[in-house]
Design a protein around this ligand. Structure first.
Ligand SMILES: [Zn+2]
Length: 114
């Protein structure tokens, strides 16, 4: 998502805000909303993370995920991945990472090994 897309999306959101009550209520005009969006973007606000950041995070998580399945000890800890202080019912971070990648249709274990 580019800065221009952010500008429009932020301005749309701002221009939909109702200010005041009853007869006095109004919405923020689009030109004021665009000015506010410019100020927010200049201050570093982003509606969406930059795609390259998301891509990098996905690649990093994919490369860090262990393809081996979790195996839990009788206390609920994952012995396979060293998360031995997990309580019963808690997810191993490795399992959470795999579920996240699966939700993005990113195959696990596809990372390049250096
Ligand atoms: Zn695990």
């Amino acid at each position: 998502m580019s800065g221009q897309d952010d500008r429009g999306a932020i301005a749309d959101e701002i221009s939909g805000i109702v200010v005041g009550q009853g007869y006095e209520s109004t919405t923020i005009g689009i030109s004021a909303a665009l000015e506010a969006a410019d100020a927010l973007i200049a201050a570093g606000y982003r509606k969406q993370p930059e795609p390259e950041i998301t891509d990098k995070l996905v690649a990093m998580v994919r490369d860090m995920v262990d393809p081996d399945d979790c195996w839990f000890d009788h206390n609920g800890g994952c012995q396979a991945h060293g998360y031995i202080s997990l309580q019963h019912g808690e997810l191993c971070p490795q399992a959470e990472a795999k579920a996240w990648l699966a939700s993005l249709a990113v195959p696990v274990g596809a990372g390049e090994q250096g």
